[in-house]
Design a protein. Structure first.
Length: 237
């Protein structure tokens, strides 16, 4: 019998409530409904329940690898479907905070497992890992360059961070098209809001310059950004 038996029961009883809290926080960003439509509700709740179920299993087995392996598997699935790793990391962090706010006697054990799952989303090696590990530096450098030309939009750092995460994921998937597909969708999303595509193009170019400064001479980066910038400039559909 697990020494976390009481916590496992509490998580099961609170699963739907925790999931609804996390989804409510996510849906404050219109990205989710715009990008995934009605599927955002269905799959968001489904994934939330899976998160809790795997968390319960990790507690029952006293084995963090249960949740970490699930996190890495889900990362592969979701990044191939239009999400980025940063989205999933934020989801695990929101769930960790929600569990912490319950103030259950043994709740820290669940919080620690969720943050270990979040950490497990780090790519271990290769160019994707290098971009991911340097993401904060890349985002800051891109934001500074954009500010120099008067481009200082609200939430710009968060939006740059998402784009850098999409870059790392596309490299991990060895698929420049993964980034290009997101950029094509994002260009249309901005079109519908009357935001000039020039802003998106400037952000991509600033990110490219920042990554190439950190990681010079990488042919995969040229291919990645060629596809992304082509997607940003294509005709609206």
């Amino acid at each position: 019998m697990s020494h976390h038996e009481a916590l496992i029961g509490l998580l099961g009883a609170a699963c739907d409530r925790l999931t609804e809290r996390v989804l409510g926080e996510m849906y404050a960003d219109p990205f989710w409904r715009e990008r995934f439509g009605a599927r955002a509700d269905k799959h968001g709740r489904q994934d939330g329940r899976f998160h809790v179920q795997y968390l319960q299993q990790a507690l029952a087995d006293d084995e963090p690898a249960v949740l970490e392996n699930y996190a890495r598997w889900l990362q592969q699935v979701l990044t191939a479907r239009g999400m980025c790793t940063l989205h999933l990391a934020e989801n695990f962090e929101r769930l960790a905070v929600a569990v912490a706010d319950e103030r259950w006697a043994d709740g820290q054990a669940a919080v620690d497992l969720l943050r270990a799952a979040k950490a497990a989303l780090a790519y271990p090696d290769g160019l994707a890992g290098e971009v991911q590990r340097r993401a904060e530096t890349i985002v800051l450098a891109a934001a500074v360059e954009l500010a120099k030309v008067g481009d200082e939009e609200p939430l710009q750092v968060a939006e740059l961070a998402n784009l850098v995460s999409y870059c790392a994921d596309a490299l991990a998937l060895t698929s420049p098209q993964a980034l290009a597909d997101h950029v094509a969708w994002l260009a249309g999303y901005l079109d519908r809001r009357g935001v000039p595509r020039a802003r998106l193009i400037r952000r991509l170019e600033a990110i490219r310059a920042a990554i190439e400064q950190q990681l010079p001479g990488e042919p995969a980066l040229a291919e990645l950004f060629a596809a992304a910038l082509a997607a940003a400039t294509q005709s609206s559909v």
